[in-house]
Design a protein around this ligand. Structure first.
Ligand code: ADP
Ligand code: 5GP
Length: 216
């Protein structure tokens, strides 16, 4: 899929979605600002599972939808889990400064549309980014007030089991993601808070408490 097949750019779609849906969508100078929360952790730790549960149980939290050059997995929908883009469209978004941060991870590129996030922060909406370590570092540099949350596995063996058990990647991609996972685990101390993903429900409750706290 390429940008040319869409009636409007991804950034416009993301911005329109942010501005037109859900509570607290008007924003202006007098609206309260909120602190951005970032969730990171090694591939396979359970970030998407936690985010899906958060989306279900706490719809008041706004979850940024990233752009990626990765192909959709079965069940993934354009505009829900990701905006799926071609390389040319991703290049264009970088060049025009539309991404708050972006990174290459395991052979694909991922980025956060900037305007949609800024619009939500401006309305005081609890806002969460689920991004990799390189992206978390970029957010730390550009928005030092952001809260960085690290999602850790109960053990390395369990991380490997989850990544292989998901069954969505071939062996070489799993190896690449595990290698990246070692780097991500070594960076845990750069984060403000660590949550161990033993129970998805427990992590969700801890995360919502942090998001609400970050909002006050
Ligand atoms: P990530 O988004 O971090 O790459 P996923 O959310 O895709 O990870 O989770 C990887 C696999 O681990 C999935 O099969 C998911 O069902 C499973 N999983 C996630 N959280 C838990 C948990 N707390 N206990 C057991 N399995 C989990
Ligand atoms: P996946 O391909 O498993 O969906 O995601 C791979 C990695 O990319 C995960 O660590 C995920 O957090 C990260 N990721 C997803 N969206 C973004 C983004 O917008 N920016 C960055 N930097 N990483 C992202």
């Amino acid at each position: 899929m390429t940008g040319s097949s869409w009636p409007e750019g991804i950034e416009a779609q993301a911005h329109k979605a942010a501005a037109s849906s859900g509570p607290g969508t008007r924003y202006g100078d007098s609206m309260p600002q909120t602190r951005l929360t970032v969730l990171s952790g090694p591939s396979g730790v359970g970030k998407s599972t936690v985010v899906a549960e958060l989306r279900r149980a706490h719809p008041q939290v706004w979850l940024s939808v990233s752009v990626t050059t990765r192909k959709p997995r079965p069940g993934e929908t354009h505009g829900v889990e990701y905006f799926f883009a071609g390389d040319a469209e991703f290049d264009r978004m970088i060049a025009s400064g539309e991404l708050l941060e972006w990174a290459e991870f395991a052979g694909n590129r991922y980025g956060t549309p900037r305007d949609a996030v800024m619009a939500r922060i401006a309305t005081g909406t609890p806002t969460l980014l689920e991004i990799d370590l390189q992206g978390a570092r970029q957010v730390r540099a550009s928005m030092p007030e952001a809260l960085l949350v690290f999602l850790a596995p109960p053990s390395w063996e369990e991380l490997e089991r989850r990544l292989r058990g998901r069954g969505t990647e071939p062996a070489d991609v799993i190896a690449c993601r595990l290698e990246a996972g070692l780097v991500e685990l070594a960076a845990e101390k750069e984060f403000d808070v660590t949550l161990v993903n033993t129970s998805v429900q427990d992590v969700c409750e801890a995360l919502i408490a942090l998001l609400v706290e970050a909002d006050n």
